[in-house]
Design a protein around this ligand. Structure first.
Ligand SMILES: [Zn+2]
Ligand SMILES: [Zn+2]
Length: 446
């Protein structure tokens, strides 16, 4: 009797295991979706600024560990002293085959949320300058973290369908673009398996949910911050002849910088030179001693970036000289940080994954997206394009909102806006399907 019960239990369990193995990805997602959305909302309500992702990283690491990954925490080294890198590296070895790196960011932004959703962030903190600021996942990195956890689970359950080594990265400090570098500096590719491919996704504030976008080649620009200190000789506002006015010189420089893109760089090379901040002076009737500019430079090609930086220095110094500023008070032009390189999506890998997305989501849901001049530090993981890497866009917007925006001509809230909020369930469903399909395509058993 006991043998019969054992036998029946065995048959029942075997059938259950076989049925589970045949569950489609959709069925698995149906099973997990409520808990994934809950995870997303919990992360959304508890954002942490760049360099301070301690709790987010610990949660991410704990989840991956419980799924069976070998997890290393606090991985990464910043150049600045006193900062802890909360990088997470999770490895799952599953036989011979390629090594694939998939990355999510962990950090949020100093933005006060105004979405009005019940799970909106109420977090406030002091920024590095000591001011109180709201904190919000306004770039959707909470979607990326949840998406990665969902994908990580699917790939564990579907281990019999792939072979190779999966490396999942929880990258800190993307918004300040030193997180990827911190992990590489700490020996990411020496201490852990070096990837044959690196992939990531980013939610899109323009694409409808259900869709993914891909951009072969240059997709996102390099970003370089430049500080220009324009020095003059201050004095009374009513006696300009006894001064060298840095306000007027700054005004000329700001306008002249716009000729870099129009006159100095090939029209076929997209560039941006934006003066985002200009500060000088204290009162109506005083000509100040200095004016400070903060500039962001965007470009795709490194040689173009170098040309722009040289032009900024030449124009600033030339205009100051023309304004009569003595040579020892010439403008001081300095890079603020090392900036971040362009994101180049390896065309072969990108087209290959687009094919996998078509199979998983249908061709109507896979969109060719033009490149943009915003920046990202994901490109650093490609080691100057020696490792094929690609980042794809994940639609996050309610289709009704996209339609309304098209009809009324009102732009949708962009990433980093205090009112940007993804539609969680369909965004996660598509993201996990796409990311799982991408990894399976790269690592599928021969
Ligand atoms: Zn962002
Ligand atoms: Zn982002």
């Amino acid at each position: 009797m006991r043998t019969r019960i054992c036998l029946l239990t065995f048959i029942f369990l075997s059938l259950a295991i076989a049925a589970r193995a045949q569950q489609t990805l959709d069925a698995r997602l149906d099973r997990d979706m409520a808990s994934l959305v809950e995870t997303y909302k919990m992360l959304h309500a508890a954002p942490e600024l760049s360099h301070r992702e301690e709790k987010t990283a610990a949660f991410f690491a704990g989840q991956l560990r419980s799924l069976g990954y070998t997890v290393t925490e606090r991985f990464g080294k910043y150049e600045a002293p006193g900062l802890t890198s909360y990088g997470v590296v999770a490895v799952l070895k599953n036989g011979a085959g390629p090594t694939v790196l998939v990355r999510t960011e962990l950090d949020a932004l100093p933005v006060e949320e105004r979405t009005g959703v019940p799970y909106a962030s109420k977090v406030k903190t002091k920024n590095d300058a000591g001011q109180e600021v709201g904190v919000m996942h306004a770039c959707g990195h909470d979607i990326h973290i949840t998406n990665m956890l969902g994908t990580a689970k699917m790939l564990v359950e579907m281990k019999n369908q792939w072979s190779g080594t999966l490396v999942i990265i929880g990258q800190p400090a993307e918004e300040v673009t030193d997180g990827a570098k911190s992990m590489l500096r700490d020996g990411l590719y020496e201490k852990f398996p070096k990837p044959d491919f690196a992939i990531a996704l980013h939610d899109s504030s323009e694409l409808e949910v259900g869709k993914v976008g891909y951009t072969p080649g240059f997709a996102l620009a390099s970003s370089t911050s430049v500080d220009v200190k324009i020095r003059g000789v201050g004095g009374h506002g009513a006696k300009p002849e006894s001064t060298k006015d840095p306000v007027v010189i700054a005004a000329e420089i700001v306008l002249a910088l716009q000729t870099i893109s129009s006159r100095e760089i090939s029209p076929l090379d997209p560039v941006v030179v934006t003066v985002g901040s200009i500060h000088g002076g204290s009162k109506h009737n005083i000509i100040p001693d200095e004016v400070n500019l903060q500039i962001t430079v965007r470009a795709y090609k490194e040689e173009v970036r170098q040309k722009i930086l040289a032009a900024i220095e030449r124009i600033a110094k030339g205009i100051a000289l023309a304004g009569g500023v003595p040579e020892d008070l010439a403008p001081i032009v300095k890079l603020n940080g090392s900036g971040t390189g362009a994101t180049y999506n390896d065309p072969k890998l990108t087209e290959r994954l687009a094919g996998a997305f078509v199979k998983a989501l249908g061709s109507e849901n896979v969109i060719l997206v033009p490149p943009a001049m915003v920046s990202e530090d994901f490109g650093a993981f490609s080691l100057e394009q020696t490792i094929p890497a690609t980042q794809f866009w994940l639609g996050a917007v309610d289709p009704a909102k996209v339609k309304q925006s098209r009809e009324t001509g009102t732009p949708l809230p962009s990433l980093h806006s205090p009112i940007f909020i993804p539609a969680p369930e369909p965004t996660l469903r598509t993201g996990i399907k796409a990311m799982t399909a991408a990894v399976l395509d790269l690592m599928k058993k021969p």
